[in-house]
Design a protein around this ligand. Sequence first.
Ligand code: NAP
Length: 484
Amino acid sequence: MVSRVIPVDAFDLVIFGGTGDLARRKILPGLFRRFLSGQMTEDSRIIGAARSDMDADGFRQLVRDAIAEFGGAESKEAEAIDKFAARLDYVSIDAKGEGGWSDLAGKVRDGVVKAFYFSVAPSLFGDLAERLHLHHIADAESRIVVEKPFGRDLESARALNQSLAEHFQESQIYRIDHYLGKETVQNLMAIRFGNVLFEPLWNNHYVDHIQITVAETVGVGGRGSYYDKAGAMRDMVQNHLMQLLCLIAMEPPNKFEADEVRTEKLKVIRALQPVDHHHIVRGQYDKDGDEPSYREDAENPRSFTESFVAMKVGIDNWRWAGVPFYMRTGKKLKSRASEIAVVFKDLGHSIFEGDEARHRNILAIRLQPNEGIDLQVTIKEPGPGGMRLIDVPLDMTFSEALQLEADEAPDAYERLIMDVIRGNQTLFMRGDEVEAAWAWTDPIINGWEARNDVPKLYDQGSAGPDDALMLMHRDGRRWRDIKG
Ligand code: NAP
């Protein structure tokens, strides 16, 4: 099936940090794919901006190299790459200085959508916002896109929000959480609010518990110095896992519109119970033969930063009272796998006996790999020998069910950038949401710091520290296998 492509309005997109890692790996190859699909019209332009001294041709070469390295199959489309390159320009600019700004002002056109992607360190966000305003480059219709991390605690997130709010309205600010751009994550809303089947069951009468897992096989090598100051709680839970939890737990919004959806997510965050420290497990991956330990990767022999966290969280509202949400994320685990599993309760009364009575429905939403949905249902095991029951998955892998060509579905960054151009903020975090998430996370992190909490070591290639398994065993439950 070829997905329907609706072209967006003509735009000028300025990428501050256009020479950086994120721009080369994700943003620029993603924009090329949208260009190839016909979604980015030929009169749109992309302007790279960074301090490096280069001209437009130098930037075009950088983009060609980025597409060759990170672009996948479309890197072979030489003719289209030439056409795309003709839409690229570059300005050498310093976010903290005055050089380059009048040059940029001369390049950004009126009469098209103006978007400014801040793909630079968050410490530069305020400077960029101020200079875009001072040099009259941005107007009341312009959009700015800001990357994570959005602060490292409530205080710094508030300060960032304030520095952006001095020059931009909330309706102009797009805070990226690329998890929200994933096809399956959006499908979560389609499944919940587009089917009559699930919503009646989506509450504490029928749901026993929910598991959210984001497992990675990679370590922190390469990003060690950043990661060591953040840890899994700041890097993954405060943003990505929290967003997944919100989409699972929120009330149906009145409409599928940005503020309606974001207000419902905010209510979930505000209803989260504070987490008792007995309900959280922190871990750090150990050395494994020649494979370095976390501390070696982070180049900090005394680091107490967690590369794994698992927790049990409760939500204080009518729908979810008494239903635990178990979340875990970590590095150097056994597989790269992310999923949300809604585990339904046992039948009120089973007509089957013994083991045959112990079957449960589970709805698993796979984010990666093989994005899809899998509903575990109980059936009779085929053949003679009485009524033996087995659980089988009703499995829908999107690429198979929808017969998508390899790489056809836009990746999260592409989709989100196109939403910026369309002016659709539904999949971006609002300032109050981010602050509420930090307000919930801060006491947990502060508690660890106050207690000098030492993370438990875990084996590389495992499912995390044993204490994380105990977190569920104590409740008579167990984690689903992490299958990549
Ligand atoms: P990076 O590789 O260090 O790139 C930083 C970019 O900013 C470069 O283009 C650099 O170019 C430019 N820059 C630095 N100082 C500048 C200044 N004073 N004025 C103008 N431009 C300046 O960083 P990155 O990994 O791309 O990350 C960019 C942002 O995305 C960060 O906020 C990061 O947290 C976030 N992020 C990155 C990833 C990722 O996978 N890389 C994932 C999620 C979020 P010059 O040195 O030439 O100025």
